[in-house]
Structure formats: C-alpha cells, structure tokens
Design a protein around this ligand. Structure first.
Ligand SMILES: [Zn+2]
Length: 303
C-alpha cells in the first residue's frame, strides 16, 4: 500500500480559491486540441501501414512516454485526470509491449525489434500520483520509471512551475517513494532543484544537479538510482556537458522530452521521450508513428 498525502494544499498558505481554478488553455491550444482526433483519424492508415512495415523488418520503434501529475483537481497543463490515465493505460496495454527502461535500451541496442514497444515514465514526483495512477500500474504489473526532483521530495518543497500558476500540489514523500520501490517501481533522478540544465555553465552546479541529486536520493531511499531525466527536456534544456557528466558518473541512461522515436540501432544511452499529459488522441499521435513528428523532430547530438 502506498501512503497517500495527508497534508492539504491549503496548508501551504496560498489561499483556497485561486489555486483551485483550472489553468485555462490558450485559444490556440484548445483549437489544436479539438483537432487532434480528426488529425489522428486522417493519418491513421499511414501510421498503421508504417507500423506494420517496420515491425516486419525488425525496426519497430521503442517509444518512451512521460507523465507528470495524475489528479482530478487543480489541473495544470501537466495534469491529466485519473479517468484519462486509465483510458491511456487500457489502450497502451492492448496495443504495446509495456517494458522497463532497461528492456527498452536492450531492444534498441539489439538493433532489432519486432514488437510495438512503450516504456512509461513520470517526471517531478507528485504525491497525487500515489492515489490512483501508480497503484493501477502496480496492480497490473506494468513497469514504470519515476523521476523525482530530490529537493522537492526530500524537503517537501512545491515546484516553482506550479507556484507560478498559483498552485502548489504536494510532492511525494520519502515514505511514498520507499513504498514504490518496494512495489517494483524504478526511481530516477530529475535534478536537485528542477534546474534548466541548458543554462547551467558552472561545472560545480551541473555536478550538484546531476550527481548530487542521484547521491542524495540513493542515501535517503537506500536504492540505486540508474537513470536521469532532464527537466523541461527540450533541445535548449540539454547540454553536452550534462550528458558527459551523467555518463562518466555511472548513469545507465538519460531521457529528454522533446518527442521523437527511438529505433533499433539508435544510441541506447539517450532515450527520447514524448510528453503525453492530455487526451488519448494525443497519446495515440505520440506513440503511433507520426509522419509529421518523424519529419520534424531531430535527435539531439551531444557527442
Ligand atoms: Zn520536470
């Protein structure tokens, strides 16, 4: 059993009403969102054909998806409801091999993959995920990697990106993370302060955010931390120095979040991920080979 949070958001002293309002999507955002199902339907025959062709050739992509917060209240752009999450998992489990990051890397390194494959990850470390989302995955024995920002979870600090929206959902507690580890969830590092590593030039700060975060999580949770997730995860938020540091210090892999598919034969150390916090059509577009994304998204070259 994973302990659920016991401290209400109001106890943070941010007032009640303001942060209970959902974040209103922009007009352009809601317009695009409304078109997603139609876009998916129109491109489905091409995706289906491409997916089958690549699987037959042993070139099926290994897709890594990222969630942040699953909750029914105080929705931000990085929150999806429990109902939507259940729909995602039901659909994913029906159509894909759901694997650990280690198995995803193995399939990439093997240079051959005949099965549509997805690996599930979470970023940040929100207590709300322990209410329904993580128990659902654990019950169904679906693996996931759970990246946490060490200062948030070890010092109970809300995230700056939530405070900027007038909200402060609680981070996970160390007790919850230990329960997740006991249930087979892999914990990964997501910096100490949720820093944008693309802007960090001081080597000592970079080390603190990557190696320091790993070391303090390992000693607080008494587990091995093998993977690192870049906050924000776009090209601009990555740096060759950060990749080098993670590699030299024994991480098994790092993940970005600008979208993109991992194919057999790609670099297994850097797993590209797609954020799928949103309706099921967004998930389907992300994991079923998207012609536009394949054309548009370029792999970040760190070497
Ligand atoms: Zn993050």
């Amino acid at each position: 059993m994973i302990p659920t949070p016991t401290i209400s958001n109001d106890s943070l002293g941010n007032g009640g009403a303001a942060h209970t309002l959902p974040l209103v999507p922009s007009a352009a955002g809601s317009w695009k969102r409304a078109l997603l199902p139609a876009y998916y339907a129109a491109t489905w025959p091409l995706r289906e054909w491409d997916g089958r062709r690549l699987a037959a050739q042993g070139r099926a992509p290994i897709v890594v998806v990222a969630y942040h917060r699953v909750a029914d209240d105080r929705a931000t752009r990085w929150t999806i409801s429990n109902r939507e999450f259940r729909q995602h998992i039901t659909w994913l489990a029906r159509h894909f091999d759901l694997v650990t990051l280690t198995e995803a890397q193995r399939r990439i390194a093997a240079n051959e993959n005949h099965r549509p494959t997805v690996s599930i990850t979470f970023d940040d470390g929100y207590a709300d995920n322990c209410r329904e989302a993580l128990p659902l995955l654990i019950r169904r024995q679906i693996p996931c990697t759970y990246f946490v920002t060490s200062q948030a979870v070890l010092e109970d600090r809300p995230f700056e990106h939530d405070l900027a929206c007038g909200m402060a959902p609680r981070p996970n507690t160390p007790q919850q993370l230990r329960a997740l580890i006991a249930a087979g969830v892999e914990i990964g590092a997501h910096t100490r302060t949720h820093a944008d590593l693309g802007t960090v030039t001081d080597p000592a700060v970079l080390r603190d955010e990557i190696v320091g975060a790993r070391d303090e999580l390992q000693s607080a949770l008494d587990c091995r931390i093998r993977y690192f997730a870049f906050p924000f995860g776009q090209h601009a938020n990555l740096s060759p120095a950060a990749f080098a540091l993670a590699k030299e210090n024994g991480f098994d892999g790092v993940v970005s979040a600008y979208g993109g598919y991992n194919f057999p034969g790609d670099d297994p150390f850097h797993l590209q991920r797609a954020c799928v916090d949103g309706p099921t059509s967004r998930l389907k577009i992300a994991v079923n080979l998207d012609p536009y994304k394949q054309w548009k998204i370029r792999r970040y070259e760190y070497r």
